[in-house]
Design a protein around this ligand. Structure first.
Ligand SMILES: Nc1ncnc2c1ncn2[C@@H]1O[C@H](COP(=O)(O)OP(=O)(O)OP(=O)(O)O)[C@@H](O)[C@H]1O
Length: 561
């Protein structure tokens, strides 16, 4: 329940649209109620008048009730139309609001906290869970509010004619709109929650399967995956069938309760008609009114059945949104560094309180303009050093100063303005070469893009492509060779043009010829910049001013060039 109240609070700024939709839906239900009750009364009164003789027929006013029927019919159609427009508009607004809110919560968690989640699970939360939460307004909140508002008005209307009939209607509405939804909600909670989780698991397995298709086929591991997916699928279908059974039972019980209430109302009204306290046409009026009144509560049993699904989705979303970023942003704006020197003294960094130190008392000084290489084997702490510099992870001890200012006094996004990273892992988006370059400098002109490609030695290749800069590179750049993808990353660094250039194993995975060509082509980019070259190979070290060896998170050796 707490999660649902939180959800409602989140929708605060769209309150006008939400309650506007509720008001219009109430008008629609009440117009239908007016139409049915007036029609019931009018038809019966006309029949009674017809039997009463010529004088009574002449005296009967046909025009006012006929006009009333037309009025309610027109209002019902018009308000239903506007209600659909408003409630759907409200739904899309809430959806957009939820997505933006969730994204703003996610952003500070990248990359440190989000690394703990599978990408496909995050995708499920961003897309499917948010969509499920969106059902909350249209399928739960709106029908519930309409049932309360319009239901109360209709009971009061019945009360004006007959309190026993009003009581019978109230009991029928409360049973159908309160007790039955409570039951379906209880019955559907477990299945609904599991459907959300199983859908997420299934999506995660499928994303993994598509990404690892090559490995699965070459190791003949596809049958095991198929069996896992089939198992998940069978459980999902089982739970969905359970939900369908509950839906069917809920609808049938609602229909039964409607007819039972109709019977109760008729039984309650007959003595009053017999006693002359009510006129004969008022009996069909209240009977048809009862049928119309149930329009207000009919969607509730099915709506509440989905509460389990909505609650699980809300819990999954809030679980991420409530995570704290490991980087605490400083309270004040980032200072301007006095220079671009880096001075690390006894820096310790680890990824969890009980994890071993990835950087363990690291001392390192890199003066502005110098070219420094850090060598180290697997797990030595090279990437952790970059994580430290870019404020992707927090350091727990020691002093790390950039231009004389502690790194933790910088906002990560401001610090990013001083560093460009060319890495073996530089990610290429499934879009054009142009768009992949523009992420480094959104406002770059066409000739700047070509200049960057020239420096990265990729201009000739791009010119030769039929679509040139508008060539789609494929997912993670699959349509480019390893060397070409690295050159796109270099072109980004040229565009960004920062004082520091970090080369994180830029030639990893490339053949020796390409490696040497790439290192040679990097030279113009390195001129005049402070360069940190991280590698575990010896290629390219000759061009460095100093070479350090990193072992177990600290500098163990300094080689001079
Ligand atoms: N995100 C992370 N969460 C937990 N531990 C991590 C994380 N990243 C690195 N580590 C651990 O920190 C230590 C240093 O890792 P790091 O990635 O900095 O080494 P590296 O020198 O870059 O290695 P490689 O050359 O193999 O990439 C390793 O023991 C590693 O297991």
């Amino acid at each position: 329940m707490r999660d649902l109240i939180r959800l409602l609070r989140l929708f605060g700024s769209s309150r006008g649209w939400m309650f506007g939709g509720v008001a219009l839906a109430c008008i629609t239900v009440l117009a239908n109620f007016g139409l049915m009750t007036l029609s019931g009364w009018f038809l019966a009164a006309a029949a009674v008048t017809g039997l009463a003789g010529f004088a009574a027929q002449n005296a009967f006013n046909f025009f006012s009730p006929a006009a009333g029927v037309r009025f309610f019919a027109t209002v019902r159609v018009a308000s239903r139309y506007v209600e659909r427009l408003v409630t759907h508009d409200a739904t899309f607004r809430l959806l957009a609001q939820l997505r933006v809110w969730f994204y703003t919560k996610l952003e500070p968690l990248a990359p440190a906290v989000l690394q703990g989640y599978r990408a496909s699970d995050l995708l499920s939360r961003i897309v499917a869970d948010i969509d499920t939460l969106n059902m909350f307004y249209l399928r739960v909140f709106l029908p519930f509010a309409v049932a309360c508002g319009a239901g109360a008005a209709m009971v009061v209307f019945f009360g004006v004619f007959s309190w026993p009939a009003a009581l019978a209607l109230l009991v029928g509405l409360v049973l159908t709109g309160g007790a039955l939804p409570w039951l379906t909600q209880r019955r559907g909670a477990a299945a609904g929650g599991e459907i959300t989780r199983l859908n997420a698991d299934l999506r995660a397995e499928m994303v993994d399967a598509v990404q690892g298709m090559g490995e699965l086929l070459s190791y003949n591991a596809a049958p095991a995956l198929q069996a896992r997916v089939a198992g998940l699928n069978a459980r999902l279908i089982g739970r969905q069938a359970e939900m369908a059974r509950i839906t069917g039972l809920g609808s049938a019980a609602a229909g039964l309760l409607t007819n039972f209430t109709l019977l109760l109302v008729v039984v309650a009204v007959i003595p009053a008609v017999r006693a002359g306290q009510l006129s004969a046409p008022e009996l069909p009026m209240l009977a048809l009114g009862t049928m119309a009144a149930f329009e207000a509560v009919a969607p509730l049993p099915v709506a509440f059945q989905f509460l389990g699904q909505i609650r699980t989705a809300a819990a999954r979303i809030f679980q991420i949104a409530d995570q704290k970023s490991v980087i605490v942003p400083p309270a004040h704006p980032s200072p301007r560094p006095g220079s671009f020197d880096l001075d690390l003294r006894g820096v310790c960094l680890r990824y969890a309180a009980d994890a071993p130190w990835a950087l363990n008392g690291l001392d390192l000084h890199i003066s502005q303009g110098s070219h420094v290489a850090i060598m180290g084997g697997t797990g030595a702490g090279k990437t952790s050093l970059i994580n430290l510099l870019l404020r992707f992870h927090e350091y727990q001890a020691g002093s790390a100063k950039f231009g004389g200012v502690e790194l933790r006094d910088f906002h990560a996004e401001d610090l990013a303005a001083y560093f460009s990273v060319v890495s073996q892992r530089s990610y290429l988006f499934h879009t054009t070469i142009r768009d992949n370059l523009l992420i480094a400098k959104g406002e770059a002109a066409e000739d700047e893009l070509w200049h960057a490609l020239e420096v990265a030695q990729l201009a000739g290749f791009v010119r030769g492509l039929p679509l040139g800069l508008d060539t789609i590179v494929g997912e993670a750049g699959v349509r480019l060779s390893g060397g070409q993808a690295r050159r796109v990353a270099i072109a980004r660094a040229v565009l960004k043009d920062t004082p520091w250039l970090i080369l994180d194993e830029p030639t990893e995975g490339l053949d020796t010829v390409t490696e040497h060509a790439l290192l040679r082509d990097l030279q113009p980019l390195m001129a005049g910049k402070t360069v940190l070259y991280i590698t575990h190979r010896r290629a390219g070290l000759a061009a460095m001013d100093r070479v350090y060896t990193l072992t177990d998170g600290r500098i163990m050796l300094r080689e001079s060039n």
